[in-house]
Design a protein around this ligand. Structure first.
Ligand code: NDP
Length: 237
């Protein structure tokens, strides 16, 4: 059965791979972007502009998707940023901006999606967290806090909406080849690779496969879970 899917931050990286995977299986897919989506890259996907830190923009994006494709049945809250620095040097602005994007942004989308999911008595919310959310990361107090927060949020949504056939899960990627990890030095990448039992950095498709599976009918009894996709890096966390 085809569904209406919205992926935030779906113009590139992990989000784009997730959106393309849903489109490939025949779903109606929309992505949010902040002005840099080339429809030629993925003509089968509807692009809507939205900054997830702006509640009015989130509302408007959902309204557009509802009008064009129908109510959002699968929400993938993927938009995220890093702004790394050591705790002692981290400014209010650096902490607040990362939390506002990664955690509050996901909450704004979940809240907006929930009313229609409850009415339709079906829904899947998937939050893209990070291995760092539970494992921690030096220089990533803001990022790790935002990603850990998604776990509490998904579990609370599960308790609130579980009886309505709505699931809320967290996918926790390890290190994935995207613009976000491109910023790392070669030396840092080599260190990371050494720490990963799988001995490699993953491709975006390896996240997309897990997300589409979680959104499918066979995963309907999985909720409040944290699914690591990290080559074994965070085992036990
Ligand atoms: P990228 O940096 O490649 O892409 C980030 C996406 O988020 C872009 O689409 C970007 O839009 C969007 N975005 C950022 N800020 C906002 C905002 N305020 N409003 C709307 N959209 C926004 O990241 P990845 O693809 O690597 O990461 C995707 C998700 O996966 C993130 O949540 C990240 O934390 C998580 N993750 C990534 C890992 C990795 O190794 N790459 C590991 C673990 C987790 P724009 O193009 O406009 O900037």
């Amino acid at each position: 059965m085809s569904r209406t899917v919205l992926v935030t931050g779906g113009n590139r990286g992990i989000g784009l791979a997730i959106a393309q995977a849903f489109a490939k299986q025949g779903d109606r897919v929309a992505i949010t972007h902040r002005g840099t989506f080339d429809p030629a890259v993925a003509p089968e996907i509807l692009g809507v502009t939205c900054d997830v830190t702006d509640p009015a923009a989130v509302d408007a994006a959902f309204t557009t998707v509802e009008n064009e494709l129908g109510p959002v049945e699968v929400l993938v809250a993927n938009a995220g940023i890093t702004d790394d620095t050591l705790l002692m040097r981290m400014s209010e602005e650096q902490f607040g901006r990362v939390l506002d994007t990664n955690l509050s942004g996901a909450w704004r989308c979940a809240r907006r999606a929930s009313t229609k999911m409850v009415r339709g008595r079906w829904g899947r919310m998937i939050f893209i967290s990070s291995v760092v959310g539970l494992y921690g990361g030096a220089g990533q107090v803001n990022y790790a806090a935002s990603k850990a927060g998604l776990v509490g949020m998904a579990r609370s949504i599960t308790r609130e909406l579980g009886t309505r056939n709505i699931t809320a899960n967290v996918v926790a990627p390890g290190f994935i080849e995207t613009d976000m990890t491109d910023k790392l030095t070669d030396e840092r990448k080599a260190e990371i690779r050494k720490a990963i039992p799988a001995g490699r950095i993953a491709a975006v498709d390896e996240i997309a496969g897990v997300v589409t599976w979680l959104a499918g009918d066979t995963a309907g009894y999985i909720s409040g879970a944290v699914i690591p996709v990290d080559g074994g890096l965070g085992m036990g966390h």
